[in-house]
Design a protein around this ligand. Structure first.
Ligand code: 86X
Length: 604
């Protein structure tokens, strides 16, 4: 991709100043930790640059100084492409159509050729994401945030039906509180971000920024729960969390700050808690399947992959066929009494009058959902939004405006677009009319296509006379001419069809790539064919380590790259078939018998 986009230039300049900073720190003999941080930041920025442009920015800052000046000239769209197509005069519509065949007004990268560039272009050009100068952090623009709001509204309504209440806990965690959960914090310690200063003075005690809120919430749970009458306690919060990961960041999919909901519930009995785990997981599955039109596999995490602080973890796993990798979509954990023992969350058992530890769950779903949606449905023209989550479901574009159209007829056309938009809005359809006169219809088609609007309605003078409109589906490109009568119902039906079609397409993909294997060599071959494989598995952690290690190609690669080994994704609730009695675990060196089919695959 062009290294001359505004984002790339911004990044280049950030890399420049960060490189300068590193040199200054080194020259000044700054403490190692400070230099390391600066170097890390530089590396992060460079990684961002590579994601954005597909090119390494060799060296560092020094030589770029010159480049920057030169860049000014170079940066004019050297290739036929500009960041954003310029508005075209009205009468060039036909010309525009012609041009479109030659140059691609929208995306430069193709999904099947360079997924990483394609993804960057889709999310920026559709105006979902803006890049930011802190590595791993991104701006969610209204086009993306509105999807989150749909998910939020759905889930919020459903959990309230279950008696869950919303609340808000602070984002800062004291050192002491974080320490309370020492056992698993240790694994995560490198990811915890700390505030150490206010202005120029050091804080007496550094405070952490929540990576998750167990240690924030559970001290209060211990205070609030005294008797069985205080149970169940079911709280949720919608908030941000920070995990300072060092793996290659990707907008939505792996970011250092992200939005999520975290639910934390406490019950008298294990059975009530168990039931809730599955109820919540099913809501997560519905978010994927019903809202985002993405089929998921529901299951339990393996011992190796579960949240170590809990008793068991359930998960929904989605599949991104473009990369041949699975992705965890949301998790619902049963914590048993592990945390209630750590935090002394107890009540007096009404039967025995003895102190009893509560049974707890926690569950979370993040803005990663949006990234999975882009990856699954997006195509070479841009984003494809499932109607149920689309900010704009129908876009009206006035067409066929020629020089000999009278001003009165032109006004009439614009009015009709606005009028039909209002009719649809009254019927509860998210419709918008694009009557801007400084953009050509062709430009608008391209623009709204890039943004993934499910349905475009074209209205021309002839349509007006004939009481009809032309609807164009984003998912299939199909053009339909329809009579105006009952347009709300017809369009609603069409939107439903698009939603179903997107799900069916993704389901077809998942079904194609979901297989079963009973033999190691076959397992490895299937993995290389981008498959997700259900194989008999003993369930032991060391064996899962071996499966990952031995299914990898023997070159050093980054996580998820084509040569990476298979991870245990989940133990599907719906097993592909009954295990044959005496079935052995899939790994050739494992002599144990298999406990269940486990889903393996490369993953994000
Ligand atoms: C595990 C468990 C759980 C509530 C969820 O998955 C859903 C919502 N929490 C989260 N986990 C951590 O405990 C954790 C802790 C620290 Cl300190 C960290 F830096 C990262 C973490 N990541 C996950």
């Amino acid at each position: 991709m062009a290294t001359s986009t505004p984002e790339a230039l911004q990044l280049k300049s950030n890399i420049d100043s960060q490189g300068e900073k590193v040199r200054q720190l080194k020259t000044a003999g700054a403490p190692k930790s400070e230099v390391d941080d600066a170097v890390n930041k530089l590396l992060g920025l460079k990684a961002d640059y590579k994601t954005l442009t597909g090119e390494d920015l060799a060296g560092g800052a020094r030589k770029d100084k010159k480049d920057k000046k030169k860049g000014k000239e170079n940066n004019q769209p050297s290739k036929k492409q500009e960041q954003k197509p310029k508005p075209k005069p009205k009468e060039t519509e036909d010309l525009n159509r012609e041009v479109k065949k030659v140059t691609r007004l929208g995306l430069e990268a193709r999904k099947e050729e360079n997924l990483s560039d394609w993804y960057t272009q889709v999310i920026t050009k559709s105006e979902m994401i803006e890049y930011y100068d802190v590595s791993g952090c991104y701006i969610l623009r209204p086009w993306a945030y509105s999807i989150w709001e749909v998910i939020k509204d759905f889930f919020d309504t459903e959990i309230k039906k279950l008696g869950v209440e919303n609340s808000y806990f602070p984002m800062f965690v004291s050192h002491a509180a974080l320490e309370k959960e020492k056992t698993h914090i240790e694994d995560f310690a490198p990811e915890v971000a700390w505030v150490t200063k206010s202005g120029k003075s050091e804080l007496a005690e550094p405070i952490a920024i929540r990576p998750t809120s167990e240690t924030v919430m559970y001290p209060s749970y211990a205070k609030w729960i005294k008797s069985h009458r205080d149970l169940p306690l079911k709280l949720n919060q919608w908030c941000n969390v920070v995990r300072w990961e060092f793996k290659h960041p990707q907008p939505f999919l792996r970011t250092r700050e992200f939005l999520w909901q975290e639910g934390h519930t406490a019950f008298e009995t294990e059975q009530e808690a168990h039931e809730e785990v599955y109820t919540i997981l099913e809501l997560y599955a519905r978010i994927y399947e019903e809202l985002l039109a993405i089929p998921v596999v529901r299951g339990r995490k393996t011992e190796k992959e579960k949240f170590a602080g809990g008793d068991f973890t359930t998960t929904v796993e989605a599949y991104i066929s473009a990369s041949g990798r699975a992705i965890q979509g949301g998790t619902s954990h049963h914590l048993g009494q592990n945390f209630s023992k750590m935090f002394e969350i107890v009540f007096e058992d009404p039967k025995t009058q003895k102190k009893s530890y509560v049974f707890q769950n926690s569950w979370g779903l993040t803005t990663r959902t949006i990234g999975v949606m882009c990856m699954v449905h997006g195509d070479n023209m841009g984003l494809v939004l499932p109607p149920r989550v689309a900010c704009v479901q129908v876009i009206f574009v006035p067409c066929g405006i020629t020089a000999n159209l009278t001003e009165a007829d032109n006004d009439l056309l614009m009015k009709k677009c606005d009028e039909m938009r209002d009719v649809l809005k009254a019927a509860g359809i998210r419709a918008r009319s694009d009557t801007r006169d400084n953009y050509s219809p062709g430009w608008k088609f391209n623009h709204w296509e890039l943004k993934g609007v499910p349905l475009r309605v074209e209205l021309g003078p002839r349509d007006l006379k004939q009481n009809q409109f032309v609807a164009v589906r984003r998912d299939t490109g199909e053009k339909l001419t329809m009579k105006n009568e009952g347009c709300s119902e017809k369009i609603k039906e069409l939107l439903d069809k698009i939603q179903t079609n997107l799900f069916e397409k993704a389901k077809g993909d998942l079904d194609t790539y979901l297989t079963v294997s009973h033999e190691w060599e076959d397992f490895c071959n299937q993995l290389d064919n981008k498959k997700l494989i259900q194989a008999p598995f003993c369930g032991e952690i060391p064996c899962e380590d071996n499966i990952k290690k031995d299914s990898a190609r023997d070159v050093v690669v980054e996580e998820g790259a084509p040569a990476m080994g298979a991870k245990g994704l989940c133990i599907p609730f719906k097993q592909p078939k009954e295990l044959q009695s005496g079935a052995k675990c899939i790994h050739p060196q494992c002599s144990k018998s298999a406990k269940y089919y486990t889903l393996f695959g490369r993953s994000y």
